[in-house]
Design a binder for this molecule. Structure first.
Ligand SMILES: [Zn+2]
Length: 170
């Protein structure tokens, strides 16, 4: 086997080993999507290059939008973890704030929604269909309740992770 063939074989093997599952790209809107394309699940409509809630005059085509696909597949784009002793006695208040903030965001950006809230006794995980919402929720939280917010991208998985914590006040 000559050198070139060896290299080709190696490249091919590596490509096969790459996970085929959900890369971030699989949830992007198709590049040449037509205006008037609507989501059959949530009713969001693609108009002039962006998703809106405005009903289209003529819906030419129905698809499932990227946000609804993430919800169906349970593949979040962002994750906000809340922890710390401050949280437990104020959990309902904090979650109410996050839901209000999310409703405001989804109004403007249909693809940015909360898809799941996992409330454990000492920790709450909020999963979203878009990364911008995680940032917005984290910032709203620190504005209203102070605490510490750290935001980081997972390694190559396209998931934005935020962690908020505040210890119990004395
Ligand atoms: Zn949808």
């Amino acid at each position: 086997m000559n050198r070139t063939n060896e290299r080709t074989a190696t490249t091919r093997m590596r490509r096969d080993q790459q996970p085929q599952a959900h890369t971030d790209d699989s949830y992007r809107s198709p590049l040449r999507m037509r205006s008037g394309t609507a989501c059959s699940k949530c009713g969001a409509t693609y108009e002039n290059g962006r998703w809106t809630w405005h009903a289209s005059a003529d819906k030419t085509r129905q698809i499932v939008c990227p946000a609804c696909r993430r919800i169906l597949d349970q593949v979040p784009a962002g994750e906000l973890v809340l922890a710390g002793g401050y949280l437990a006695p104020r959990r309902d208040e904090v979650l109410g704030l996050l839901r209000n903030e999310a409703a405001g965001e989804a109004q403007q950006h249909p693809l940015e929604r909360i898809m799941a809230v996992d409330a454990q006794p000492d920790q709450v995980t909020v999963r979203t269909t878009g990364p911008h919402l995680v940032r917005r929720l984290g910032e709203a939280l620190t504005r209203a309740h102070q605490g510490q917010l750290t935001i980081s991208y997972g390694d190559g998985e396209g998931l934005l992770r935020a962690h908020w914590t505040r210890s119990a006040s004395k």
